[in-house]
Ligand binder design. Structure first.
Ligand SMILES: [Zn+2]
Length: 295
């Protein structure tokens, strides 16, 4: 019987192949779940068609399988969940916590925050697709498993933010919150590039009456010169590495160095039994690319 108290997930966007950064996020969430005998799920965040690369969801899933990570339930595709996102947006408008906004990006202040023109207009969300959530002027605090205490004042840091876009598609922040609750996720494990999104997600959880899961943000894979990992061909450290090599590199990146010479099953067995989130570093250098296998 799986542990009912832990459910984790890996939630990639289908914008390309699995690269080192997404392998690290997949592995971190997988090991947090497996080391607790919990449930591990995969969600494909396919609600931003302009950014999607056809076929990449399939490639990511087959790559995860090849590397030994399989979900405990069928994969959830966000594109099947539009009614749930719309329902949540309209519920927030109904409660007065969100409002339709017809402004373009041109009205944003230089710091990117919205000055609030439409806040009191009560525009009809059936006619105006863009909806903004009212950011309250209070500090949202949370304790991250790896990154420690975090705090953000939403009104000052981001202002009223979009939860349904002008093209009618749900915003990332809203869809994540609705689906984490729907899948009963108890801990969100992901890259630290999303640390700044967490207070917005916690505010939405509170407004929608949904539970707030735990958060565990993994160090980002940055290049030796400090720049963000490039997706250019040949710069990704895992390239066409053998599964054993790719998994060992990602484990090492997360502060766990398995013995050499193990096969894939043995590496996973070692990783699940030795996994300790206290050993995940807050910052980490990107490893050098491994040699690409011939053929
Ligand atoms: Zn507006």
């Amino acid at each position: 019987m799986p542990n009912p108290d832990y459910t984790g997930r890996f939630a990639p966007s289908p914008t390309g192949e699995l690269h080192f950064g997404s392998l690290v996020a997949a592995m971190g969430s997988y090991l947090q779940a497996r080391s607790r005998q919990g449930t591990w799920l995969i969600r494909i965040e396919d609600i931003d068609p302009p950014r999607e690369v056809p076929g990449s969801a399939k490639i990511i899933l087959s790559e995860l399988g090849r590397l030994g990570m399989r979900a405990d339930r069928p994969v959830l595709y966000q594109s099947t969940r539009m009614d749930a996102y719309n329902g949540a947006c309209l519920a927030l408008v109904e409660k007065g916590l969100a409002y339709a906004c017809r402004c373009s990006r041109k009205v944003l202040r230089t710091d990117g925050t919205y000055p609030g023109h439409c806040r009191k207009l009560a525009l009809d969300p059936a006619e105006v697709p863009q909806i903004r959530f009212r950011a309250s002027d209070e500090s949202i605090d949370f304790e991250d498993t790896v990154m420690g205490m975090n705090s953000q004042n939403l009104a000052r840091a981001v202002g009223d933010f979009v939860i349904r876009r002008a093209d009618g598609m749900p915003a990332y922040q809203l869809a994540v919150v609705v689906d984490d609750a729907h899948q009963e996720i108890t801990e969100v494990v992901r890259g630290a590039d999303l640390l700044d999104s967490t207070p917005r997600q916690i505010a939405l959880q509170r407004a929608l009456g949904l539970p707030t899961p735990g958060y565990c943000h993994l160090p980002l894979a940055v290049a030796a010169d400090g720049s963000k990992l490039s997706k250019r061909a040949g710069t990704d450290p895992i390239g066409n590495a053998r599964p054993e090599t790719a998994i060992s590199m990602a484990l090492d990146f997360l502060g766990h160095t398995p013995p050499e010479g193990l096969n894939l099953d043995a590496i996973w067995f070692w990783a699940i039994s030795h996994w300790d989130s206290d050993r995940i570093p807050r910052r980490r250098r990107l490893p050098a690319p491994v040699d690409v296998l011939p053929g």
